[in-house]
Design a protein around this ligand. Structure first.
Ligand code: GDP
Ligand code: MN
Length: 345
């Protein structure tokens, strides 16, 4: 199709380095959502905003994934929102289901035990979703040729004009993980996640890089901070999830059963992986992309960023002032030997 491309866009305050002098075409990247047919209205609302704020100037493809077949109504409703290529895919059966390492009996007990303890505590499908987005989404055949994905969800808001290409920004600045909101995880949902993670570190020191930002998720006393990147928005260099280290980590977590016996989310899992496997300079806070997911809003207050945003009613929650965002600003990388000391503590 005909796509209008914007050249030389520059995010407020950022340099759009293009040292290699490559042309300004599209990267191998897409907007990706796992979504249900019943969420058509919310998905249309999101796509409308993503198009208006950003993608109508670029034409990056969309990929929609579902454990069921998408209805014709869903496909029509989405396609009406954009002239960019849109792909609809079904999940391979073996990616959506009970982990082979847990028993149905014990999962039932866990759902019963947790159903009133926290949100989705009794939901089986929510756990399938979290396990899928942790271990399998990057393996979907439709994502095979992608270098980057930008995760989107139904019923989120994008408040600000995005006058540059975040994928290219990632690439030009050697970034691997981009996030927007970083809250505290509910302790009840991840009771043994850090303990399981530290075992993986101890068994797999060869998978740990020389330096990493582990101190964002684990404090000096080797306690889990529960800080995590909210993965309903994430822009990621998929080589992270395709790495041998990540696969080993996911397999280790899956074997421990916590996706089902607890309610490990893909957000804390992705966050542990990013903090364990990346240096701080590879992780970027997209402060300028005003964003809201039911529950939390980030709306920039720096004047040059805020000038491009309309943040809806009420006082926006400034994510920049939150505990985990502050921690992200304060902590630095530590060496593998120090990371292993933490794991042993
Ligand atoms: P929350 O953000 O943690 O409250 O969870 P959501 O309900 O928003 O789910 C996260 C994402 O997974 C959303 O994009 C949902 O549309 C999608 N999702 C959740 N459960 C299912 C499911 O059973 N099937 C499919 N196809 N998508 C799902
Ligand atoms: Mn959601």
């Amino acid at each position: 199709g005909t796509t209008l491309r914007v050249h030389g866009g520059s995010g407020a305050g950022y340099t759009q380095r293009n040292a290699t002098g490559e042309s300004d075409g599209l990267l191998r990247a897409a907007l990706v959502a796992l979504v249900r047919n019943s969420e058509l209205d919310g998905m249309r609302a999101t796509v409308r905003q993503v198009e208006d704020r950003f993608n109508r100037n670029y034409g990056y493809p969309y990929i929609f994934l579902n454990d069921e077949d998408f209805t014709e109504e869903f496909k029509r409703g989405i396609r009406a929102m954009t002239s960019a290529p849109v792909h609809f895919g079904k999940l391979p059966k073996e990616h959506w289901g009970l982990s082979p390492y847990v028993t149905e009996e014990k999962v039932k007990e866990a759902l019963e035990r947790n159903k009133d303890r926290y949100m989705y505590g009794g939901s089986y499908s929510y756990r399938l979703m979290c396990r899928y987005q942790s271990g399998f989404i990057h393996k979907h055949p439709l994502l095979k040729d992608l270098d980057y994905y930008w995760r989107i969800e139904p019923d989120v808001d994008y408040f600000c004009d995005i006058p540059y290409d975040p994928f290219r920004f990632m690439r030009n600045n050697n970034l691997t993980y981009g996030y927007n909101i970083s809250p505290l995880e509910f302790a009840e949902t991840v009771e043994t996640l850090w303990d399981t993670t530290r075992k993986w570190m101890i068994e797999n020191p060869h998978h740990l890089p020389e330096k990493s930002l582990i101190h964002w998720v684990v404090n000096e006393k080797a306690e889990y901070t529960r800080c995590h990147f909210w993965s309903n928005f994430e822009i990621v260099d998929l080589s992270l999830y395709r790495s041998a280290a990540y696969e080993s980590y996911f397999q280790h977590l899956d074997r421990a059963g916590g996706f089902f016996y607890e309610r490990w989310g893909d957000a804390p899992v992705h966050s542990f992986a990013a903090a364990l496997l990346l240096r701080k300079e590879q992780i970027h806070w997209f402060e300028d992309i005003g964003y809201s997911h039911p529950g939390i809003t980030h709306c920039p207050d720096k004047p040059e960023m805020a000038a491009r945003c309309v943040c809806g009613d009420g006082v926006p929650y400034m994510y920049g002032r939150s505990l985990c965002k502050r921690r992200f600003g304060e902590v630095g990388d530590i060496y593998r030997s120090q990371a292993l000391e933490l794991a042993h503590m």
